[in-house]
Design a protein around this ligand. Structure first.
Ligand SMILES: [Mn+2]
Length: 287
């Protein structure tokens, strides 16, 4: 890289990815997945990865709240070559790419894209003992949606099929009654948005006490639409950015094996949704 030049298409403060120059683990890799073919309400999550990167340039290298700087070992991997309209092929490419990252001891930090992509990441991780920490307005526990098994609306059900140790859903405020029934039958923990807002310290305690490996998936619609209007399926009554931030801080020192922020459909620089999504990624990278 030339002195005083930078790539606008990388996450702020990230390093350019060169296999030969890899630093020792642990390392993170920012991978964009501009896929939105299963979107059913507002499309446009294909614009999410670059919108989040653009928003990251508004961040400062010193994280004032955490009194830390971003981890040195985080790399910009670029965007996955997705096949629009074809989940199966995109999923195959994503799985291979995540496996390649893992072979290089790089944990995936994925910018979506719609939520269906989280399944492919977890499938690539292939871990027996893992807790899935899921921030979302929706349960995403349908067995199929409009005839599709793989969809933004079924992603946590598909992840359940991968047999994780535990699934914890935070911020829920919209679901089909069958999804609630399924969660109760199978022991999936879910915490509704109002309860989370009124009992935040209980959720902080819960996250702080998760043992073992954790995969974190943040559907940015967990935030109230007043803070994140540019999402695939906005739903009023959500968390505010400070509440989400406090919960992300609880991951400090945890064994987080993968992290994603999905469903950002922002289309212009400085859009509030992409700023909040960039903040979530930045805070995680700084922990
Ligand atoms: Mn959602």
């Amino acid at each position: 890289m030339l002195l005083y030049t930078e790539s606008p298409l990388k996450f702020a403060f990230s390093r350019e990815f060169e296999i030969e120059g890899l630093k020792p683990a642990p390392a993170f890799g920012i991978l964009g997945v501009p896929f939105d073919s299963t979107a059913t309400y507002i499309p446009g999550a294909r614009f999410g990865p670059n919108a989040i990167r653009a928003a990251s340039y508004n961040l400062e290298k010193y994280n004032f709240s955490l009194n830390k700087k971003p981890a040195n070992n985080f790399y910009e991997i670029g965007n996955l070559e997705v096949v629009h309209g074809n989940f199966q092929k995109t999923s195959k490419y994503l799985e291979s790419t995540v496996k390649e990252l893992l072979n290089n001891q790089i944990s995936p930090v994925v910018l979506g894209g719609e939520h269906s992509i989280s399944y492919s990441i977890l499938n690539a991780l292939n871990l027996d003992n893992i807790t899935v920490l899921h921030f979302d307005a929706h349960m995403d526990l349908r067995d199929s949606y409009q005839g599709d098994k793989y969809s933004h609306a079924t992603v946590i059900r598909r992840i359940y099929d991968l047999n994780p140790d535990e699934i914890i859903q935070i911020g829920i405020r919209s679901a089909d009654e069958d999804e609630v029934e399924f969660a109760k039958e199978t022991g999936i923990s879910y915490y509704n948005s109002n309860w989370v807002k009124n009992n935040l310290s209980d959720i902080e305690y819960l996250i702080s006490n998760i043992r073992g490996s954790i995969y974190v998936t943040v559907d940015i619609d967990v935030l109230d639409p007043s803070y994140a209007p540019s999402v695939g399926t906005p739903c009023p009554g959500g968390l505010n950015p400070q509440e989400l931030q406090k919960l992300i801080y609880c991951l400090e020192g945890k064994d987080v094996v993968g992290f994603d922020v999905v469903e950002v459909t922002s289309r212009c620089v400085g859009d509030i949704t992409s700023m909040n999504a960039a903040q979530v990624v930045y805070d995680f990278i700084c922990l």
